[in-house]
Design a protein around this ligand. Structure first.
Ligand SMILES: NC(=O)c1ccc[n+]([C@@H]2O[C@H](COP(=O)([O-])OP(=O)(O)OC[C@H]3O[C@@H](n4cnc5c(N)ncnc54)[C@H](O)[C@@H]3O)[C@@H](O)[C@H]2O)c1
Ligand SMILES: [Zn+2]
Length: 355
């Protein structure tokens, strides 16, 4: 299967990356996968009898804004603190020599932007956590200040800092995320992103252009992302879906399912380009220096924050680099030995000839 996927990626001129919460799992972020999963992460919500559809709901910002903001504020702080895992870098490798690419994600964490992808090539179907909108007036969504941290009381899940308010009308602000029963979600940013994605599709859905869709960690509980990939796969003869998901890898006819984590499959898929990846993965600062770094992205903003998970990642990379170096030295040694044997052979032959 992996070889089949490699071939599809090799032959593809255009790549569509689609992803769900599973993409962040390798960075140490939780996925939810329904109420049970969400309650495991936020047990207080189970005690309060708030399921996913009730807490991720605009109503909560009216009924209990401290709890609504506790849920989103905690996630905001977490997504800010954690840096994107190596899988994002592998994806950057995979798109490097392609004609074009686009990313469609249900994640609200902004990690594709943070990992250096062009923000004009990202469609966040469920919105984004780093922008706020007003619960009352129609002022445009605005950015949360970069140094803002919400802070949450872990035993009550209540926001421990002041609630965010609209600068125009002073009503409570909420994240620009599409929630359940959400009739007040401000679509403006998503709409512009969707238009860019539609233009992209109109350009490439013809003339036999080969398209690979790589889907990572998109679940069946809220299947928006899975449907988008399957739709393109079914509609366009030259498009092939590669689904990466350790638990839900079942695929429609002609598609490829890889039942491993994102990081494992993606590493395997771009193994052939390995030589070039490790150095700029060590630190986002390296990424900024790298020529392919995209100025429109948010990469490197939190360069100084190295989480324990990422500390370990750096260790892994250093180890891989060391092993790589050792392997190269060993090859060189064998090569030299071979050369020595050959010249020794020639010398012996010459000696014997002389005799
Ligand atoms: N980081 C985020 O922004 C974030 C986090 C949680 C949930 N959400 C959003 O909330 C909604 C529902 O969330 P959900 O948790 O049900 O998401 P989901 O439906 O996308 O489910 C997660 C999927 O990821 C798979 N997965 C788990 N570990 C993985 C790994 N290491 N590599 C690859 N795949 C892996 C799971 O098998 C599951 O199918 C979605 O819109 C989702 O995008 C966003
Ligand atoms: Zn307002």
């Amino acid at each position: 299967m992996i070889n089949k996927a490699k071939k599809v990626l090799d032959e593809a001129e255009v790549i569509i990356i689609t992803s769900g919460a599973g993409m962040g799992v390798d960075s140490g972020l939780p996925d939810f996968r329904g109420n049970e999963g969400m309650w495991k992460e936020y047990p207080v919500l189970k005690d309060l009898k708030l399921d996913f559809a009730s807490i991720a709901n605009p109503k909560q910002f009216k009924i209990n804004p401290k709890i609504a903001w506790g849920f989103y504020g905690h996630r905001y702080d977490l997504y800010k603190r954690i840096r994107p895992n190596a899988g994002f870098e592998f994806l950057r490798e995979l798109i490097k020599n392609k004609k074009d690419y686009f990313i469609v994600t249900s994640n609200v964490d902004g990690h594709f932007q943070k990992a250096g992808f062009n923000r004009d090539k990202i469609y966040e179907v469920h919105g984004r956590i780093n922008k706020l909108q007003c619960t009352k007036c129609d002022t445009e969504p605005w950015n949360i200040d970069d140094d803002k941290r919400f802070g949450v009381n872990p035993s009550t899940l209540e926001l421990s800092t002041t609630l965010p308010y609209c600068k125009k009308c002073n009503a409570i602000a909420r994240p620009n995320i599409m929630m359940f029963d959400d009739y007040s979600y401000d679509y403006s940013i998503s709409e512009a992103q969707e238009n860019r994605f539609n233009n992209f599709m109109n350009k490439y859905d013809k003339n036999g252009i080969k398209i690979a869709i790589i889907e990572i960690g998109a679940g069946t509980a809220i299947p928006t992302i899975r449907h988008i990939g399957e739709h393109i796969h079914n509609k366009i003869d030259t498009a092939t879906l590669i689904r990466i998901n350790p638990r839900e890898a079942q695929v429609p006819k002609g598609a490829i399912g890889l039942a491993t984590t994102g990081k494992v499959s993606l590493r395997e898929l771009c193994k052939d380009y390995m030589e070039s990846y490790p150095l700029h993965m060590i630190d986002q600062r390296e990424l900024q220096k790298n020529k392919s770094y995209d100025k429109n992205s948010d990469a490197g903003i939190f360069a100084d924050e190295l989480s324990p998970e990422n500390e370990k990642r750096v260790d892994d990379i250093m180890l891989a680099l060391a092993l790589n170096k050792a392997a190269k030295a060993e090859l060189k040694r064998r090569e030299n030995q071979e050369k020595l044997k050959k010249s020794l052979g020639a010398f012996m032959e010459a000696v014997l000839d002389d005799e």
